[in-house]
Write a protein that binds this ligand. Sequence first.
Ligand code: ATR
Length: 467
Amino acid sequence: MKSSIGLIGLAVMGQNLALNIARKGYKVSVFNRTAQKTEEFVKNRVKGEEIEPHYDIKDFVESLERPRKIILMVKAGKPVDDTISQLLPYLEPGDLIIDGGNSHYMDTERRFKELSEKGILFLGMGVSGGEYGALYGPSLMPGGSREAYNLVEEILLKIAAKTEEGPCCTYVGERSAGHFVKMVHNGIEYAIMQAIAEVYHIMRDVLSLSSEEMSSIFEEWNRGELSSFLVEITYKILRKKDEETGKPMVDVILDKAEQKGTGKWTSQAALDLGIPTPSINLAVVERVISHFKDIRTRLSKLYNKRRSATQGSEEFLRDLRNSLFFAMFMAFSQGMWLIAEASKEFGYGVNLSEVLRIWKGGCIIRAKLIDTLRRYISNENAYLLENEEVMNLLKGKIDSLKNILKASIENEIPVPVLNSSYNYFMSLTEERLPANLIQAQRDFFGAHTFERVDREGVFHINWEEGE
Ligand code: ATR
């Protein structure tokens, strides 16, 4: 009997996805560049699931039902192109390749075009939820042609995470829409993680709370409006002890944050499309700064931080909680606006509410807040702020945020994401920004012209005449 689907790339994500599909009753053929990994996978992890290992790419393709459906879970970049090139000689028009890696959307755009010319269907599919999600139900963001999606919809809906509003999978949109949306998902993830880290920093270095105390606070927050996967893992992380030293695990982890690039790509795309995503940008920058540990250590000896330990009052903790909510809201506001603009610019046809729906389960940024966002999002209000109820909700948080920013300044604690969410909101709600002065400066040194407030047209004046 032929397999329903094939999967190439047996690192942990690929293995788990193959097991997830097989456990839903589909026969899966698998292949990996290094045969040893395939052997180990079959030996150690396949327990009765219908998973057929292949060690030759031609045999692998021939083991699949027509039209063939092949999921790639290989490393992003050249490995995806290499694997596609190896497959092509054995594929026929109408066969489907699904790239489930974190490919750059521009690469997906190019591959979609190249494969379309050969009659091969292609989906660029974002997969979120980590190893656990891949095995028990990820959030899936497939983009490409609707025809291609229809071929695998049944399988994808079955393997995706489930919420009360259905499986966390939808046809996201045309061509590279799926990978674009997944990229922005990761950008939002960067901003929320950094905001949580800033709150932790204040708790640790201003309130002098122990890890256990912080864990209990995050655990309590996770029962309210901040309820989310990232807050949940934070309280679990904070209560974990290092077996070797008995210290809290977080205290023995070096403070250098790594990145694989999706946050940076989000900022780059946002700058290219002209959409403000300051919280995401600064979250990326802060990871970069974290890498300069040696410089930070030297400078910390040249500049002694003025820091006064404060007693953590109920009000202060409430202010921290409200600030985190505000920052999470702004991260989503910026991300959704970027997706809306990309959808318009690239003709993706993304349904913003559906994107939020499939982020309700399975993925890293799943959060109770998404239900609130879904009530207010539309193409005209993709940034989510243009609504009286939303404004009232945010107004209820802003004094808290101001208090926390004041405390962070008094204690010289860096809070780039909390701060940028405040400034993003304050800039967007400012009718008269000082950009008139910038226009004047541009016209002064470069004759770049300006518009006037009192009549139509484009103007340039000689600024030094008569000086
Ligand atoms: P990990 O997640 O274990 O760090 P990785 O290096 O990101 O692994 O690679 C993920 C998957 O992409 C693996 O299945 C890997 O195949 P190998 O087990 O043979 O390393 C696959 N991969 C990486 N580069 C590849 C390439 N150039 N061609 C085909 N597959 C490749």
